[in-house]
Design a protein around this ligand. Structure first.
Ligand code: SAH
Ligand code: F3S
Length: 432
């Protein structure tokens, strides 16, 4: 039996793509291996959002070249494939395939004709969703892409180049995939998209469906107990969607809505043209709709031209909104983006110092929130055992990790009393 090795880097969309690729290869009679030297085909499913992510892929390829069986096929799929294109073959001539995020279903061609070099970085839209077989079993948390690509064109972001213009899947396809996930083991559905709350699909009769329609359509499925979606753009957080947090208890009280910076000047240069007051109003409305809602953000520090005063405004907004579970990054200039060509690029040491300061602030907020959960009982979803096998890792409704002593008949969805907290996680015990 032929074996495949796949390693996924980056966002949830990539995790989903990786699962589909694995199920396609399994469906063709191949077995998954975690040992590169044993694999007949090696796939790196890649992320290009920051330069470090791209560098990681090329250094991994260098290692794979030495470790793989001589006749094993290897290549890259995803955003680095689209970013590097034919140059990937120049850097690593032995590569067998380079397939962009919307053409990885063409991987089947290389299996048929292993002697060719396969390059396809076209933006083929939604074809891949139709061409790949459904997964026979769903993970407990089913990630279901509902739209791909992004029209926002933030000046730092390579995603509109690698994943293309925004395109929404049909309402029927998303509902069909959700039903399939529910029937094959999913307990939580997470709708995915680079601009997920921009979902907009018009059917042939002219009826338009938004994300709120999708949530309303799948909420009655009895197997599905938790619903969430990621990543949201602030100004697409329309009232119909905010209202879902009031009316739909299965929607988790947690929302990732990146602000990126607290400085109006930086936001303008980022081409994120929303007023801070508008953002704050949206958060206020969400808190009225669902008083216990928690918000998370992505931040970029050291964007070209960012002054100490701009950065101070970012710290202020982080404290004001009290973001939990956030991600913060040093600005990384990317090809195909406008910000890479802007003047006043910030030196690395300043970026590093600002990142450390922001992280300290975010960690303190997170620790306070985690500590405020001690004594509460929360319904949590099991993700599986930890590395030691002696504990189970659960996720709270606010996406915190909660560690519980392993127990053979532990339910997937359990009421857990939180007994302790630190910056990164919670500890708990089963409650009746
Ligand atoms: N809405 C998208 C976000 C894509 S990138 C999605 O979830 O699919 C994820 C995060 O990476 C962004 O929110 C931003 O904070 C960060 N990011 C994007 N481009 C970056 C760059 N050039 N340098 C540093 N961080 C970046
Ligand atoms: Fe990137 Fe901005 Fe879209 S961060 S994915 S261009 S909303």
């Amino acid at each position: 039996m032929k074996k495949f090795f796949i390693q996924t880097f980056g966002c949830q969309m990539n995790v989903y793509d990786g699962q589909r690729i694995a199920s396609m290869l399994t469906g063709r009679g191949m077995a998954q291996t975690h040992d590169i030297s044993d694999a007949d085909i090696i796939i790196l499913n890649t992320c290009a959002v920051r330069a470090k992510a791209t560098d990681k892929v090329f250094s991994a390829l260098g290692r794979i070249r030495r470790a793989k069986k001589p006749d094993a096929l290897f290549g890259i799929v995803g955003c680095v494939a689209r970013e590097a294109g034919a140059n990937a073959f120049k850097r690593i001539p032995e590569l067998n395939f380079v397939l962009g995020p919307q053409s990885y279903h063409k991987l089947a061609d290389i299996l048929q004709d292993p002697d060719t070099k396969l390059l396809n970085i076209d933006l083929g839209g939604l074809e891949k969703f139709d061409e790949m077989p459904q997964m026979s079993q769903s993970p407990t948390v089913a990630y279901i892409p509902i739209q791909e690509g992004c029209n926002h064109c933030c000046t730092y972001c390579i995603v509109p180049y690698t994943r293309g213009r925004e395109i929404s899947r049909s309402f029927e396809d998303v509902v069909r995939d959700s039903l399939h996930a529910a029937n094959t083991g999913a307990i939580e559905i997470c709708f995915l998209g680079q601009n997920v709350n921009g979902y907009r699909y018009t059917d042939p009769s002219g009826k338009t469906y938004r994300l709120s329609d999708l949530i309303r359509a799948i909420a009655p499925l009895p197997e599905i107990k938790r619903i969430r979606f990621t990543s949201s753009y602030p100004t697409e957080m329309t009232d119909d969607l905010i209202d879902m947090f009031r009316t739909e208890p299965k929607l988790l009280p947690f929302l990732n809505m990146p602000i990126q910076s607290g400085s109006p000047d930086v936001l303008t240069r980022m081409n994120r043209p929303y007023e801070l007051n508008l953002y704050i109003d949206i958060v206020d409305k969400l808190r009225v709709a669902r008083p216990d809602i928690q918000i998370s953000s992505d931040f970029i520090v050291g964007f070209p031209g960012e002054t100490d005063g701009d950065f101070e405004q970012t710290l202020n907004i982080a404290r004001q909104i009290k973001y939990i579970n956030s991600y913060s990054f040093k600005y990384s200039p990317r090809p195909h983006t406008a910000a890479a060509l802007m003047p006043n690029q910030i030196p690395e040491n300043i970026k590093a110092a600002r990142l450390a300061e922001l992280d300290a602030t975010l960690n303190e907020i997170q620790r306070n929130f985690n500590e405020s959960c001690v004594g509460r009982t929360l319904e949590c979803l099991c993700e599986g055992p930890d590395k030691t096998g002696r504990h189970l890792v659960y996720r709270t409704p606010y996406m915190q990790q909660c560690i519980v002593a392993a127990n053979n008949d532990a339910p997937s969805l359990a009421r857990i009393k939180i007994t302790a907290a630190n910056k990164a996680s919670l500890r708990g015990e089963f409650s009746d």
